[in-house]
Design a protein around this ligand. Structure first.
Ligand code: NCD
Length: 325
């Protein structure tokens, strides 16, 4: 999807990208992976550009890594959070977008509890819109950094068996990952009790995901032979007055939690992922979260590199970073 600013591109949904475009973003992110080891982590490709982080929901990793990514490319980064935004005074998201547009930003990174918020802004924006999570709909930059992490550890994504385990129902991370992993040629098992599995989720990407996604209601079956195990938190904040979906947390943890014992169902070299925030001892045991198979903190590191690539793509249309020297 292109915005009216020449060269600028929105990133609203993985559904808008094809496999080769995803690979281009991952390759672009690879360039920035090693920058973290440099004493001076600064490039100049976005000098003079402005990125606004407009976050209506809580965030630690995503907001910080977008801010760091913008700053490492020399852009001005401005943060607006729900408590300081004028929506708390009754302003609509679209009006906020129009007002921010009047200040001529180059990109707005938006997180909102409404699924469709980023698409709504993108419709009329003259700046690039990047979706940092819209309700239960999508979280495309998370899926891209997850794919980068998998590629780094496994050398490829195609042909891998990836198990996504936990609260699929309320997870935008799961939805973006199902699309991204399928487009990259992986097979995806979705593992959850019936009450946390949205009906028809395997059809989210039409025939492609119908062929590539398998639904499992038992952890042992879902993990059997998996190359990658991606655990999800129960997203209580999205339950919104619904009836309880499982008897209690201890029961859920016993039947769907990842421990050293249950991890043995997966392949011996399987990696363990989690988008964070982790609820230790609930969906993943501390031994596994801190163990040798976990790549959870590397996902966070990849987050900065991939978001640098995404900001350059959004504002410049593609790779444009030149070393400062
Ligand atoms: C996720 C989110 O906000 O969707 N976190 C993240 O961005 N790293 C997952 C979650 O909140 O459980």
């Amino acid at each position: 999807m292109r915005s009216v600013t020449s060269g600028a591109r929105h990133l609203v949904s993985i559904a808008d990208l094809d496999g080769s475009e995803i690979v281009r973003i991952l390759d672009h992110g690879d360039r920035y992976w090693s920058l973290a080891d440099e004493p001076i982590k600064k490039l100049t490709s976005l000098r003079g550009r402005t990125v606004i982080n407009l976050f209506y929901e809580n965030s630690t990793r995503t907001r910080t890594s977008f801010e760091l990514a913008a700053k490492r490319l020399s852009a001005e980064a401005i943060n607006i959070s729900s408590s300081s935004a004028s929506t708390s005074k009754g302003e609509s998201l679209l009006d906020t977008g129009r007002n921010l547009q009047a200040m001529h930003p180059d990109a707005i990174v938006v997180r909102h509890s409404f699924g469709g918020a980023a698409a709504m802004l993108a419709k009329t924006a003259s700046y690039a819109v990047i979706n940092a999570g819209d309700g239960q709909h999508e979280h495309p930059t998370q899926a891209l950094l997850d794919a980068a992490t998998i590629r780094r550890h496994k050398g490829k994504v195609e042909g891998l068996e990836v198990a996504i385990v936990g609260d699929i129902q309320h997870s935008r991370v799961a939805r973006s990952n199902i699309l991204c992993l399928s487009k990259l040629g992986a097979r995806v098992r979705l593992v959850a009790p019936m009450t946390l599995m949205p009906r028809g989720i395997e059809l989210i990407g039409g025939d492609l995901t119908r062929e590539r996604v398998r639904i499992c209601h038992r952890l042992e079956e879902g993990l059997d032979g998996a190359d990658v195990v991606m655990m999800l938190r129960v997203q209580h904040e999205r339950f919104d007055g619904e009836a309880p979906r499982f008897p209690n947390t201890r029961e859920l943890s016993r039947t769907f939690g990842l421990s050293e014992r249950t991890l043995q169902f997966a392949k011996p070299d399987a990696i363990v992922m989690h988008p964070g925030p982790i609820n230790r001892g609930v969906e993943v045991s501390p031994q596994v979260a801190d163990g040798p198979r976990a790549v959870i903190l590397q996902q966070v590191s990849w987050g900065v590199a991939i978001r640098m690539a995404i900001l350059e793509r959004a504002i410049l249309g593609g790779p444009g970073g030149q070393p400062d020297a």
